[in-house]
Every structure is written in structure tokens, then in C-alpha cells.
Ligand binder design. Sequence first.
Ligand SMILES: [Zn+2]
Length: 146
Amino acid sequence: MDFFDKLSKTASKTYKMTTQKTSKIAKEAKIKMQMNEHKAKIQSIYEEIGKKVYEHHVNDDDIDIDIEAEVEEDCIQIDELCDRIEEERKELLTLKDKKQCPNCFYEIDLDFHYCPNCGSEQEDRYCKDDNEKNNNENTNNKENED
Ligand SMILES: [Zn+2]
């Protein structure tokens, strides 16, 4: 009786975790899709700017037109899109339980104290208060590595 009770509890817990994981993956996919759309939009604006600049070069009549002012709006659009992509990227990191090294922008796990890529020390703003435990673990890991 106890055994089956335990079993069903575990099963429902696993189910819950799986659903959470699935919705996380779905959310991740959605954000990635948005990011790609925004990146594609930036590409097309780049092309638009290039075209304007070239046409300005070809058409001598346009000599009075201030090309920088002409493309200013396009540049602002790119700025906005970049901001949105940045937000989406942060959202993705949070979903994956990761943080980014402020020095080299390498993606690292939330509980890492040093960046595995550049070795710089990480701010512990995301870390739980288990520094002591981690220190002990680090010492153990060092022994294992040898
Ligand atoms: Zn780094």
C-alpha cells in the first residue's frame, strides 16, 4: 500500500516536472523564433540602407539630399530591434538557468563562480547563499582532478 502510494506520488511529480520542462522548451523555441525574425528584419533594413546609399551615389540629382538623415530612421529601427533581441537573449538565458560572463559574454551556469572561458570571477547576484558548500565541493573536485 505504502509502496503504491509512493509510486503514484512520484509519478505525478515526474509528470509535473515534464510538463514544466515541455512548456519551457516551447517558450524557448518561441523566443528563438522571435529573435530570428528580428534578426531577419535587421538584415532587410541593412539592405534598405545600402540601397539608399548606393542610389544616392548613382543619382547626381540627389546631391542636395542628406543621406545620413535619410537613413536615420532606418538606423533607429535597427537600434530598437537590437534592444528587443537583447531582451529576448536575456529571457532565454533565464529560461536555461544560465548567466553571461560580463567579461567575455560566455554562457555559464548560474552557480559558477568563475568563467570557464576566460576565468574571470563572477558576481554572485544570481547565486543562492550556499557559498560555503560550494567551496567544499570545489576542494573535493580539485582532488578528483589530480
Ligand atoms: Zn568569461
